[in-house]
Ligand binder design. Structure first.
Ligand code: ADP
Ligand code: MG
Length: 313
């Protein structure tokens, strides 16, 4: 089976191919003989009810410094593709949201992965609040009284932006931390949105586990252990990827949320678990599949294409 595939992503010349999940998907698509095209979100256009993009054919190579070749740009109706991969990186801002509105025009005639409507409805740190019993105690607010009360109840807390990514502005506040007032003020002027207040999980020292779910089923996992001088486990912040298995509790978490993901057309999802507590459900552009394979784990890219091909068969 050969599918016509378009990938909507950030400029391909800038990606780090060693860690980029999209790149792993593209290599596997090419290996399977699918025809792969590429465009960036800023080359999309909606007019007369039809969605176009300046699309270029794409060849990929797993070689740092020489990882792609592009054809000439051609204005193409996106409904002509069998599959569009929605893969630009956050920030999850109005530019991102707008592209989900645009892609809604071609779905489900074209299979958009992940489903654009559901991506819009599932910001990673809000969607997860559907599963409070799997999470650490968590509060979404910008109300000072609420945060003070939460702090009294839980003592050691973390404050982080609701639409942060890659560990941006994640702070731990110990019970007596005198910086709380100033940090509150700083958040209040910096962010227009509510933010996340969460019980601090000391076992983050052992790592923050990224678990990939493919169409609601366990795909693979990688543990990320923070650097000795940092709270944040994100690999872009120096977190070290380690091979890992799932605990019984983590299997339960997958079993609980899997059906909700499948129902929503969220085919490629990365969840984050610290000490058995679910903290994020990442549906925009999850990372981890290259690290999982590099550490001897399963080929998640192959699983994803198996599912996509089954849906298009
Ligand atoms: N409640 C928490 N307890 C301990 N560490 C946390 C907590 N929340 C976040 N962290 C640390 O900060 C990192 C980034 O936070 P996360 O919520 O995953 O946001 P991001 O979207 O920026 O990755 C986590 O990988 C973890 O190392
Ligand atoms: Mg995270």
């Amino acid at each position: 089976m050969s599918l016509k595939i378009a990938v909507q992503m950030d400029p391909i010349e800038r990606i780090n191919i060693r860690g980029d999940s999209t790149f792993a998907l593209l290599l596997e698509a090419q290996r399977r003989g699918h025809a792969v095209s590429y465009y960036t979100p800023d080359r999309m256009a909606l007019t007369d009810g039809r969605l176009f993009a300046a699309v270029q054919t794409l060849m990929v190579r797993d070689q740092v410094g020489d990882h792609f070749a592009l054809g000439e740009a051609q204005r193409t109706e996106l409904a002509e593709f069998d599959v569009v991969l929605l893969r630009q990186d956050p920030p999850f801002d109005l530019a991102y949201v707008t592209t989900t509105h645009l892609l809604e025009r071609i779905a489900p005639h074209t299979l958009v992965v992940n489903d654009p409507t559901q991506v819009r409805n599932a910001p990673e740190k809000l969607f997860v609040m559907d599963f409070p019993d799997l999470m650490p105690p968590t509060l979404i607010t910008r109300d000072l009284t609420e945060i003070k009360a939460f702090r009294v109840l839980h003592g050691d807390i973390v404050m982080k932006p609701l639409y942060g990514k890659g560990g941006e502005a994640v702070f731990r506040l110990a019970p007596q931390d005198l910086n709380f007032g100033s940090l509150y003020d700083l958040f209040a002027v910096t962010f227009r949105e509510q933010w996340v207040v969460q019980k601090f999980l000391p076992a983050v020292r052992e790592g923050d586990k990224r678990i990939i779910l493919v169409d609601g089923e366990f795909g693979g996992a990688v543990n990320r252990v923070p650097a000795a001088d940092d709270l944040r486990s994100n690999m872009v912040r120096g977190g070290a990827p380690k091979a890992t298995d799932l605990t019984a509790r983590e299997r339960d978490i997958c079993a609980r949320i899997g059906p909700a993901l499948r129902e929503r057309g969220l085919l490629f999802v990365g969840i984050d678990v610290i000490d058995g507590f679910l903290t994020e459900i990442n549906v925009t552009s999850p990372t981890g599949i290259r690290a999982i394979k590099a550490l001897g784990g399963p080929d998640v890219a192959a699983m994803i294409w198996d599912r996509i091909e089954a849906k298009r068969a």
